[in-house]
Design a protein around this ligand. Sequence first.
Ligand SMILES: O=C[C@H](O)[C@H](O)[C@H](O)COP(=O)(O)O
Length: 262
Amino acid sequence: MTAALSPIDKAKYIAARRAVEFVEDGMRVGLGTGSTAAWMVRCLGELIRDEGMKITGVATSARTAELAREVGVPVKTLDEVRWLDLTIDGADEYDPNLNLIKGGGGALLHEKIVATASDQMVVIADLSKQVDTLGAFPLPVEVIPFGWQTTKALIEEMLSNVDVLGRSASLRLNGAEPYCSDQGNFILDLHLRRIANPAQLSLVLNQIPGVVENGLFLDICDVLVIGNADGTVEVRDINNGTVEHERIDITDTENLFVDSAE
Ligand SMILES: O=C[C@H](O)[C@H](O)[C@H](O)COP(=O)(O)O
């Protein structure tokens, strides 16, 4: 079925279209996961097909790898490539310092490894992801299945010693079963509402045995690209301290239709 894009998908597409302008011929590019990142992968496919650009992609999830292959983006593993020029990925929340919550789609572990192995991380988002203080979006924490209930109890106990508003954790489900990450781990979603000190929380979470990684991406994002449905886009560069406002020409409406929504 082919359907016109909703305003939110148009905003995501605009962000993706602008973000792929950071990609240069020959680059090794980390490919994020999620509905916004999926637009970026499709845009990269177009660059390869229409402009003959040579890119090597490293996918952060099995579903991103599948989409990349579908649209003609060559994919290698991180171990084959080792280091990346750039990663482009979505986010669940961003704050004014470009700190992020990620992992709503369950890919936070591979995403953090790939982003950390990149010279630059460009995050693509729409304004609905913007917050003053992180924490409204439940913080995903990847834990190993062994003893997960003990790990959950330890996390909840630890939360009473940090400056957050909510203190409960819930096991992410896929139907009646625990959701499993690509790595075969479970995800606990922490309902914190407000995280006063993300750096402290990230450190203490990762010290708990059983915790593999948490969804706080702190000091990792270099550039944030915020797309709007009207074609306007804001590009914030945290290193240069610049904020640029631009407009993307979306007269090429063939891009504004999608066969299947992610
Ligand atoms: O695990 C998933 C990722 O962190 C996504 O980048 C994040 O959840 C944002 O996804 P979306 O672009 O679909 O809102």
